[in-house]
Write a protein that binds this ligand. Structure first.
Ligand SMILES: CNc1nc2cc3c(=O)[nH]c(N)nc3c(CCN)c2[nH]1
Length: 372
């Protein structure tokens, strides 16, 4: 019996609230995973990540295999000890990052050969090597090695890519070493084609995984087409297993996707925006470099418990970014991650109280209202 399981707690329409039980602790769902690409959530200590309310973070096979190297992380006790994060860690499998970062790459039916974007050195990833690397990292949740096709693409190209990913999913599962409290997730592909998505779900559930991700989205298709694809795909996925929508998204994306049955998310927006002076708040986003903040003594967001909002003014944050001070990205990343966790906690509470519809209207009204 694998101690890893998703335990449902409440539903509201297609939305679900529950708990993910893992070898590294329990996480309430729906959950947002801060991206810790190279073993660090950029500009944050792990204590500050924990203080935002995050329960699980994401790491990347691609970045860690290039630097410092999977063998080195393993020799140092694995990624939990390396980055001092005792909670669960989900690692992505590298295929997506090679396609979006690898300098030069050659894809074949067995895997992908690529040059490091760091130093140009040559590397190869296959389902077996990706799974082995994730084991060396001691990832709590291992992702299948897949291929994420760029959209738009011809239907037959999407079909061929999805079928390659399904063959790679079988090889990834074969290479996976089951351990109590650990999991491997299959990744559904198929672009925005309902029949291809259905074929991919069938292929993955025939193999059998502890959780299922939806890949191949948030690649420029737009929110409407993403939601339409979720509407046709999520109902086909096992109801008793966690569902993870990869690379998503804005607060509005999170809300709409939870309402369609998604439990887990990751996205670089709150952290990347935190470094570029873009703040996420209940009244939408604002750019703290804008001169209108120069003399504003108010907190960024009233009621937010983060250090940026409880100890500083908008004028101070504006100054930090204008002066290119390191504290600027630190404080605003802290705020954005806190805001994302507060959105998830508010959605989760609304599901428990069966009032997600009303809560959604309140959230959207706030985002549309703009800066008070
Ligand atoms: C930002 N948009 C986005 N779409 C993704 C699709 C996949 C996808 O189809 N497969 C994998 N393995 N990762 C993806 C990621 C990376 C998630 N951290 C995606 N990110």
């Amino acid at each position: 019996m694998n101690g890893f399981r998703w335990q449902p707690e409440a539903t509201d329409g297609a939305a679900r609230a529950g708990h993910l039980h893992t070898a590294h602790g329990v996480v309430a769902t729906p959950t947002f995973m801060p991206v810790g690409t190279a073993g660090t959530v950029k500009a944050m200590t792990m204590d500050s990540v924990r203080s935002t309310g995050a329960g699980i973070v994401l790491g990347n096979t691609y970045h860690l295999m290039l630097r410092p190297g999977a063998e080195r992380v393993q020799a140092l006790g694995g990624l939990h000890r390396f980055m001092d994060w005792p909670g669960p860690i989900l690692t992505d499998s590298g295929g997506f990052q090679v396609m979006s970062l690898g300098a030069l790459r050659k894809l074949d039916s067995d895997g992908v050969t690529f040059q490091s974007h760091i130093d140009g050195s040559r590397h190869r990833l296959t389902p077996e090597r990706s799974t082995e690397i994730q084991h060396m990292l001691d990832a709590t949740i291992t992702m299948c090695f897949d291929e994420c096709p760029a959209l738009p693409a011809e239907t037959d190209a999407i079909a061929a890519s999805m079928r390659l990913s399904m063959r790679w999913a079988a090889r990834s599962r074969e290479a996976f070493v089951a351990r109590d409290g650990y999991a491997q997730y299959g990744i559904v592909q198929g672009g925005t084609e309902p029949q291809l998505r259905a074929e991919s779900v069938r292929a993955l559930t025939d193999i059998g995984f502890e959780g299922y991700a939806i890949g191949g989205l948030a690649v420029g298709e737009g929110q409407a087409l993403m939601f339409q694809t979720l509407d046709g795909t999520v109902p086909l996925m096992p109801a008793d297993k966690p569902r993870y929508l990869m690379g998503v998204g804005t607060p509005d994306d999170l809300l709409g996707s939870v309402m369609r049955g998604i439990d887990m998310f990751d996205c670089v927006m709150p952290t990347r925006s935190g470094r570029t002076a873009r703040a996420y708040t209940g009244f939408g986003t604002l750019n703290l470099r804008n001169a209108r903040h120069a003399l504003d003594p108010r907190p960024l967001e009233a009621g937010c418990p983060c250090p940026a909002c409880t100890r500083h003014s908008r004028a101070y944050l504006h100054h930090l970014f204008r002066a290119d001070e390191i504290l600027g990205p630190m404080l605003l990343t802290w705020h954005n991650l806190t805001y994302y966790q507060r959105v998830m906690q508010g959605i989760r509470t609304a599901i428990l109280e069966t009032r997600l519809g009303a809560h959604a209207i309140e959230l959207r009204a706030g985002w549309a209202a703009g800066d008070p």
